[in-house]
Design a protein around this ligand. Structure first.
Ligand code: ADP
Ligand code: GN1
Ligand code: MG
Length: 373
């Protein structure tokens, strides 16, 4: 990752004054697939350290940075007030945007890159895989509660940062274009996966059709609810703060539920190469379902609840065709760290979809039991 302009970016924010120290370390941080994230350490005269997150926002993917940052600021300020009114700690329970010296929400460097800064939420943990069922349950309560907190947010003020982000039929069309225009050799290597994906076209419109028919409500949703987009309190191990707010947009609750299951209820990693390790853990599915219903506190409609398994399957399938489409067209969207990385990722998603299809009745029974309580 090139970070030529990182010093120019650091200088644009008053972080040394805020921290009363000097930036003594800057290092790449986290395992996000989209932005370039750095952790900055400021050392004070008394040797104490204060950290910040500096991010170069991916403007190939997010085309309108002012709109994106307007969403993030608007939502975090809204959450901040709500957390204060509920007696919580607004410096730990939501992200807070650090303004530039000029009072702006982001900085544009001389190469045209966009940067932003958040105070680093200290004494927190970020997990790339579920370690305990309790953690996953807590994350579910937090994501459900997040949606509930934003229930009265003025949705008309939110910009759509990526059009049709979870519109699976549109994603399917994009995938077909990727097959047509993509690399022939890669398509041969992925022939089985392409066949798997094409065979499921009939599923793609289930949720968007229900939305169009008015049978599912549009809500303010996060849209990228994987486990490493939530921080846990390192002391209490409770879910603390939901991060990565770039895709907050009007959406379906099923997107948030489904994406969490896709990532967290997988017994293997998102890029596991041994597919025998990749299955849907029904215990984790149950824990997340219970937690999410609790966090949403009765706000989900009967149809939303009934569609939870479909949310899980479609979000997993959709992510699979996105990874595979990116593989076929040369890996320009998701960061990769090895050859065929996006193909490996697509394979895990499709293995998980196949396992969900086998466990469909059990998933439905779990949802029914959880919602009856
Ligand atoms: P991406 O869009 O690339 O996934 P994220 O906003 O999710 O970027 O940030 C990447 C990682 O950086 C997160 O998974 C988390 O580990 C860490 N992170 C981001 N913001 C904070 C913060 N304010 N405090 C602590 N860690 C953070
Ligand atoms: C990306 O930014 P990150 O790594 O949290 C992607 C999600 C995918 C996810 C797959 C803006 O999330 O949609 O589900 O990778 N974010 C964007 O791990 O496309
Ligand atoms: Mg992230």
């Amino acid at each position: 990752m090139s970070c030529d302009r990182i010093d120019e970016a650091i200088a644009a924010f008053p972080i040394e004054e805020d921290a009363n120290g000097v930036v003594s370390e800057k290092r790449p941080y986290g395992s996000g697939h989209i932005n370039d994230t750095f952790r900055l350490c400021c050392k004070r005269p008394d040797q104490k350290e204060k950290y910040f997150i500096l991010q170069r926002i991916n403007h190939d993917i997010f085309k309108n940075l002012p709109h994106l940052m307007e969403n993030v600021v608007h939502v975090t300020e809204y959450l901040r007030k709500m957390i204060i009114s509920q007696g919580g700690d607004p410096d730990r329970e939501t992200l807070n945007v650090v303004k530039t010296r000029d009072g702006a929400d982001y900085f544009r460097d001389s190469d045209g890159n966009y940067w932003r800064v958040f105070p680093f939420i200290e004494r927190s943990l970020c997990l790339d895989m579920v370690e305990t069922k309790e953690d996953f349950y807590d994350s579910a309560v937090a994501f459900g509660n997040f949606q509930k907190m934003l229930a009265d947010f003025p949705v008309e003020t939110l910009h759509e940062t990526i059009l049709n982000f979870h519109n699976t039929p549109v994603r399917f069309q994009d995938f077909k274009k990727a097959i047509q225009n993509g690399d022939r050799k890669r398509a041969e290597l992925a022939a089985k996966e392409i066949e798997f994906a094409l065979a499921r076209e009939q599923d793609t419109a289930v949720l968007t059709d229900l939305l169009a028919e008015g049978k599912l409500p549009l809500r303010v949703t996060h849209n990228d609810t994987k486990l490493n987009n939530i921080l846990f309190d390192a002391d209490t191990r409770e879910a603390l703060c939901i991060i990565d707010l770039d895709t907050i947009m009007p959406g379906l609750s099923l997107y948030d539920f489904g994406d969490s299951i896709r990532f967290g209820a997988n017994t293997g990693a998102e890029d596991e190469t041994d597919l025998d390790k990749v299955t849907l853990d029904l215990d984790l599915f149950e824990a997340f379902t219970r937690g999410y219903l609790k966090g949403c506190a009765g706000s989900l409609t009967e149809t939303e609840v009934r569609m939870l398994p479909m949310g899980a399957k479609l979000m997993t399938y959709e992510c699979g065709i996105r990874f595979l489409g990116d593989f076929l067209t040369g890996d320009h969207y998701f960061k990769i760290h090895r050859e065929n990385h996006n193909l490996d990722r697509a394979r895990t998603q499709f293995k998980l979809v196949a396992d969900m299809e086998e466990k469909w009745n059990e998933m439905a029974a779990i949802v029914e039991r959880a919602s009856a309580q």
